[in-house]
Design a binder for this molecule. Structure first.
Ligand SMILES: C[S@@+](CC[C@H](N)C(=O)[O-])C[C@H]1O[C@@H](n2cnc3c(N)ncnc32)[C@H](O)[C@@H]1O
Length: 398
């Protein structure tokens, strides 16, 4: 039994503790499936610098002040030891950092018996200028992923990630922008992480129903991503104001419309593989599958495809009939299409009648996935427009 009262508890799905993480961790007994930690990087040295031309003091807060290296090592070892006790044998931990703390974290993890799995590079798409001379632009952070035990297998959604990445193994360099306005509407935190980063991390190694612990929760980005994906969350922070910000974010997503919008934004990926979605009647569908050819009119009227940026990321075709009986196929060549005349299509036994020219996509006729009627494809009142959509709209995250 935990011997500490939560600061906030929403239905055991989102539990927050206020306090110094080491003393809170000592009082928790629940075993968790995964830990995400964004600890102090110890980089606030209070030196004068500039940001976007204005003078600024380099200071994220008291909790982030520079410490002697030995103290940083002792600090990291202490909280990681306590986290380890709460982590299930098959659990994994993610810890963020920069050169200021990441080597210390790695050393502690290894000394405590964790097995390092990856160091993920979060490459920032919009890094701020580096304010002091003599350095390259700081445009990345590093996230160590380690499992508790050398010989107990951990949860890894390898196939799903590979599918998302167009059949190629998910790499360890991820490109995401810093948090946008859409995820900062409830308050401010000086080192808030992007929801998209947490979404990816949770996709990698968790399943619905898992419990995720964050000992440095801040504005509870981890908790918001976790709850939106059907995972439970336990967060700790020493600063009540940050937890209150997290609670406002949690309350915001209790509104299903808001939750839907944020989940949608959060799952956007600038590099995501896309799908060509096309309505065809049953007879034409059979013929298309026999030939491995999907065609549609080029242009911008209903039922035709407007070629837009993102086409180069297209790797799948989804055929449906009036929104039902959806089947997903893989393209033979990523992002490639041909323009055929009506006469060329006729040579393959098709009978196109609407246009002299067609966009033609070649796909592998082996169905990747039968999606039945579960997919929402309607746009407007009755139309099913040919459209390029994200692969994650069709492949679940659970
Ligand atoms: C890097 S921030 C985490 C930001 C968070 N990932 C987010 O997206 O908002 C680190 C947080 O740890 C908290 N913190 C620092 N030292 C702590 C300690 N010893 N115990 C608990 N919380 C601590 C700070 O208040 C801060 O909110």
């Amino acid at each position: 039994m935990n011997t500490i009262t939560p600061y906030f508890n929403e239905n055991d799905n989102f539990i927050l503790y206020e306090g110094e993480c080491n003393s809170v961790l000592d009082k928790l007994t629940e075993q968790v499936d995964m830990i995400f930690a964004d600890p102090p990087y110890f980089l606030s040295n209070q030196k004068k610098t500039t940001a976007f031309g204005k003078p600024k003091i380099r200071d994220k807060g008291e909790w982030d002040r520079v410490l002697p290296w030995e103290e940083i090592n002792a600090y990291n070892k202490c909280w990681i030891t306590k986290c380890r006790k709460l982590l299930k044998e098959n659990g994994t931990i993610w810890v963020c950092g920069t050169y200021h703390n990441i080597y210390s974290v790695e050393q502690s993890l290894i000394e405590l018996g964790f097995k390092i799995l990856n160091i993920v590079v979060w490459q920032k798409l919009d890094p701020p200028p580096t304010p002091y001379g003599g350095r390259l632009n700081f445009s990345a952070e590093y996230i160590i992923w380690a499992r508790k035990s050398d010989n107990v297998p951990h949860c890894f959604n390898y196939d799903l990630l590979k599918e998302y990445n167009g059949g190629v193994e998910m790499p360890d360099v991820w490109k995401f922008a810093r948090p946008g306005f859409w995820e900062r509407s409830c308050g401010k935190h000086p080192t808030q992480k992007p929801l998209r980063l947490l979404y990816r991390i949770l996709q990698v190694c968790t399943q619905e129903g898992f419990t995720v612990l964050d000992p440095f929760a801040g504005s509870c980005t981890t908790g918001i991503a976790a709850n939106l994906m059907g995972r439970k969350f336990i967060g700790i922070d020493i600063n009540k104001e940050f937890l209150d910000y997290g609670i406002r974010r949690k309350i915001e997503i209790l509104d299903p419309n808001k939750a839907d919008k944020i989940l949608n934004k959060m799952s956007e990926n600038p590099e995501e593989v896309t799908v060509m979605v096309n309505h065809v009647n049953q007879e034409l569908r059979k013929k298309m599958i026999d030939c491995g050819i999907c065609y549609l009119r080029a242009g911008d009227s209903k039922g035709s495809l407007c070629v837009t940026p993102g086409f180069e990321r297209m790797q799948y075709v989804l055929l449906h009939t009036n929104g039902a009986d959806c089947q997903l196929f893989k393209l033979k060549n990523k992002g490639t299409f041909q323009i055929w005349t009506k006469e060329t299509l006729e040579k393959y036994g098709f009978t196109p009648s609407h246009s002299p020219y067609y966009i033609v996509l070649h796909f592998d006729p082996k169905t990747i996935k039968h999606l039945g009627n579960q997919v929402h494809l309607k746009e407007g009142a009755n139309t099913f427009r040919a459209k390029i959509r994200r692969l994650s709209d069709f492949l679940g995250i659970n």
